[in-house]
Ligand binder design. Structure first.
Ligand code: 13P
Length: 253
């Protein structure tokens, strides 16, 4: 079975003390992860080692960065390289979140560079894609989102592509409380999987986890994750509450 992943994206929230409390509360809320399930915590850079230390020995749980530099190393003040992340044993990095595409002008080419660097240093990219409301209203979302994958990922070998997790996050559903219906999520995920199959073959496409993101919460996670092509979620707001996030983890297939 494909890996099923509940990924928390804390974004730019919480003080160090609040973050410490939250991860402690999550650990202390009874839950189990099966061998094919993962709980990933994309936390602000300054909290990566603290959260990783707390998760030590917890099977299936790992930390993720929320971004990395597109440069390898050098005179890039304020940037964080994938090599730095690797050196503190970070396993995942979220790339191409719509907030980064929109507010920090990240382009497909820049994301290609970040994806390449992440893979070179052994990190798993959680590659985000998703359309704005205007694109959904125009009915061109399938082509638009498949194109995001094509532009930043389709240069990869099949071996490298299989190291990636994809997160489909319709922008109109992020932080709005307006979740895509499970049918809308399934339709897009199936479309993306068929785009992957066209390029890399069905077997490769079937091995890639595609997460849904956008107003996932405890009450709707199980229903959304039950769709055949939805392999878990990337969760913002609800990941900041221990009981909600644990309920989301328990909603994984
Ligand atoms: P919300 O869960 O707050 O809608 O955010 C989704 C998201 O952007 C996760 O990366």
């Amino acid at each position: 079975m494909r890996k099923q992943v509940a990924a928390a994206n804390w974004k730019m929230n919480l003080t160090y003390q609040q973050a410490e409390q939250l991860i402690t509360d999550i650990i202390n809320t009874p839950h189990t992860l099966a061998a094919h399930q993962r709980a990933v915590f994309a936390v602000p850079f300054p909290y990566l080692t603290m959260v990783a230390d707390k998760l030590k020995g917890k099977n299936g749980a790992a930390v993720s960065a929320q971004n990395c530099s597109s440069y390898k190393s050098g005179a890039y003040t304020g940037e964080t390289s994938v090599e730095m992340l690797q050196s503190i044993h970070v396993e995942y990095v979220v790339l191409g979140h719509s907030e980064r595409r929109e507010y920090f002008h990240e382009t497909s080419q820049l994301l290609t560079d970040k994806v390449n660097l992440a893979l070179q240093f052994g990190l798993t990219p959680i590659f985000c894609c998703g359309e704005a409301l205007s694109i959904r209203e125009a009915g061109t979302q399938n082509e638009y989102v498949a194109n995001q994958l094509k532009e930043s990922l389709f240069h990869l070998s099949a071996d490298d592509l299989q190291k990636i997790i994809i997160a489909y996050e319709p922008i109109w559903a992020i932080g709005t409380g307006k979740t895509a219906t499970s049918e809308q999520a399934q339709e897009m995920h199936a479309h993306l999987r068929s785009a992957l199959a066209n390029q890399y073959g069905q077997e490769v496409a079937d091995s890639i986890s595609i997460l849904y993101g956008g107003s996932v919460k405890g009450a709707n996670a199980k229903e959304i994750f039950s769709q055949p092509d939805v392999d878990g979620g990337l969760v913002g707001g609800a990941s900041l509450k221990a009981d909600e996030f644990v309920q989301i983890i328990q909603g994984l297939k």
